[in-house]
Write a protein that binds this ligand. Sequence first.
Ligand SMILES: Nc1nc2c(c(=O)[nH]1)N[C@H]1C(S)=C(S)[C@@H](COP(=O)(O)OP(=O)(O)OC[C@H]3O[C@@H](n4cnc5c(=O)[nH]c(N)nc54)[C@H](O)[C@@H]3O)O[C@H]1N2
Ligand SMILES: Nc1nc2c(c(=O)[nH]1)N[C@H]1C(S)=C(S)[C@@H](COP(=O)(O)OP(=O)(O)OC[C@H]3O[C@@H](n4cnc5c(=O)[nH]c(N)nc54)[C@H](O)[C@@H]3O)O[C@H]1N2
Ligand code: SF4
Ligand SMILES: [Mo]
Length: 669
Amino acid sequence: MEKQWKTACPLNCFDVCGFIVTTENNQVVRIEGDPDHPITKGNICGRGKMIKDRIYDKRRILFPLKKVNGEFIRISWEQALNEISEKMLQIKKEYGPTAILHSYDYSSGGLLKELDKRFFNYFGGMTETVGSLCWGAGIQAQTYDFGNSLSHAIEDVFNAKTIVVWGRNVTSTNMHLYSFIQEAKSNGTSLIVIDPLKNGIAKKADLHVPIRPGMDGMLAFTLSKIIIDNGWHDKEFIQQHTIGFEHFVKEIQTIDIEYISKEINVDIEMIQKLAYVYTQQKPVMTFLGLGMQRYANGGNTIRAIDALVALSGNIGISGGGVNYANLAVGRSFNWAELLEEEKREAYRTFTRPTQAEEILAANDPPIKMMFITRSNVVTQLPQTARTMEALNKVEIKVVIDMFMTDTAKMADYILPSTFVFEEEDIYYGSMFHRVMRYGPKLIDPPGEAWADLKIWTELAKKLRLEGFEKTIEEYFEIALQSLNDYGIDLKTLKEKQQIELPIPAIPWESKVFATPSGKFEFYSEQAEQEGLPATAKIIYPNDSVQLQPKLKEKYPYHLLTIHPNRSLHSQHQFLLYKKGNKPFVMVSKEIAANRHLKNGDPVSVYNDRGKIEGLVKIQEGYHRDTIMIEEGYWYELGGHVNQLTSNGKSDMGNGSILYDCAVMIEKIG
Ligand SMILES: Nc1nc2c(c(=O)[nH]1)N[C@H]1C(S)=C(S)[C@@H](COP(=O)(O)OP(=O)(O)OC[C@H]3O[C@@H](n4cnc5c(=O)[nH]c(N)nc54)[C@H](O)[C@@H]3O)O[C@H]1N2
Ligand SMILES: Nc1nc2c(c(=O)[nH]1)N[C@H]1C(S)=C(S)[C@@H](COP(=O)(O)OP(=O)(O)OC[C@H]3O[C@@H](n4cnc5c(=O)[nH]c(N)nc54)[C@H](O)[C@@H]3O)O[C@H]1N2
Ligand code: SF4
Ligand SMILES: [Mo]
């Protein structure tokens, strides 16, 4: 008999949708949206529906595997855990625990998935990856400016007079924000999109500004200058609730608007119009995407935009805000007691974007063993050649995954993990809304796949890590302890199935900020102490003509490798394409004209780091020097885009510079 269950999408996506899953005879029959979810309201995307195909795909890894003479053979869990634990103890004894690297990312939104960190703390320590391929620079920027990175409750968009979507590919990466924007638009709110690409949301905008990639900070500075020169700035807010405004004014004083307009390829009328909108068509609700901070100047870009939104008087008011992330969501839980960091005796960190370089350079101690969990580093880390070199250098690699990814292929041991519906967990909206949902176990896992937590628990037993093990209920209760005062505990969560986390709908409404001064900081002493400029600065991207004129002669175009529309990074790609398929290479019509390219032409896109091949699709409305290839392709599907990207670090927050990437394009044959 069919049965219906409420749960949530576990994918690393803005939306964390509410699911209703139908099962029959221990099988998933259907995945649908839950109309009772206050934000996602019953709509889900193809990536969510395809979870069923992933669960039942015949390529799923069902048993522990060990590489012997270059081939994977099936082994028992007993053998896998014995061999891995023995190796761990041996390495710990000889080199200390930091000779083991735990490289992970956030591919699953389940709370229990985080307990791999608890395992390594109990083991006595490790080297672990920190920083972010994803949003690091922007988070640090907002931390300097506001003391935290917080967003308005999405319903507040209906109080905005103008919406600015600044570098967020809403229709593709955040589809429920799009529903809210559509409704606001039909009520008369105007929509401005600032993005080098004419993406889905740009096509719906009243005004699209196709800026040169990496130049948004410059645009924000010119807007601020025009606003201040016209006396349109919010003097009362600046005087009472900010510090260091005069330093910021000094920084932008010398700006030549005409000159910048040419550098960023946004004409002066457009710049003036935007300055007018930010001050005269308030409240303005700004949504920042993550793309524009994946540059060497990314943190300064976000600081410049924060400053613009602050001085124009759009902070702490209904319908305003500079909405980038919402760290309050993840911080609602009692992580300290779940992870027990105090258990570890030794600790070292490597930065996610640069981990290959750090692995290659490490000798005190060297990395002898590597656990790769919840991530597909070979396709997703920048500069693939260096990632491969680094992995090749590590003697023993353990990968926990469900599929034979490009990373899994390089492993010595592959441990098969379960997927959502095969395990119980709590799912919380990581970047956008504040709804947390409970997800029960609905079906038995296939073959011998184990929940990640079970893998860590059984390994902990082999290693005799006393005290590691708790029941799932106990973990949930600890996690929710910090919410008990709000009447939230495991019992209420299971009863209600979903609960809105107690987070203010309008951040900074009291105008008291979480910075050291309690004010919005145009001037951050903390940044200065950390060796950075105290105010946002005019800084160019790394691969720019201003910083590297010679490089730009060779590689005149910008390559943006944005998130795939139909896949969550690399996770669905293998279901969508067949072997031998080539990625599409989207090019502006100006590039097509200059390089004599037609739709469907086979081309190679390259720079000093690598080369990939694909098929041309000419795009209207792109910034004239811009090429776009979606990320996430598997090697067998024509090669990853990250063969071209750089593993440099952003100006702050240990972020990546994935989009700071100069390339050349050429027709093949
Ligand atoms: N379909 C789908 N949805 C996803 C994901 C996925 O893989 N697939 N991934 C999820 C994850 S992990 C994340 S981090 C989010 C990311 O969500 P987004 O931030 O929306 O997406 P990105 O692809 O990172 O960024 C792309 C946008 O930034 C723009 N951009 C790039 N450079 C610049 C610039 O210099 N200036 C400006 N103004 N814009 C620029 C691009 O043109 C593009 O429109 O999406 C989440 N949602
Ligand atoms: N060129 C380029 N590169 C990028 C980006 C870009 O925009 N351009 N975006 C960057 C960003 S924003 C991000 S967030 C990263 C994402 O990087 P990753 O998180 O490494 O990317 P995914 O493709 O989501 O890979 C996740 C892997 O985890 C596995 N997995 C899924 N669920 C579970 C689970 O519950 N347990 C275990 N053990 N494994 C699981 C999946 O099968 C998959 O192989 O990529 C970054 N890389
Ligand atoms: S991938 Fe994102 S939009 Fe799609 S179902 Fe999952 S949470 Fe919803
Ligand atoms: Mo991300």
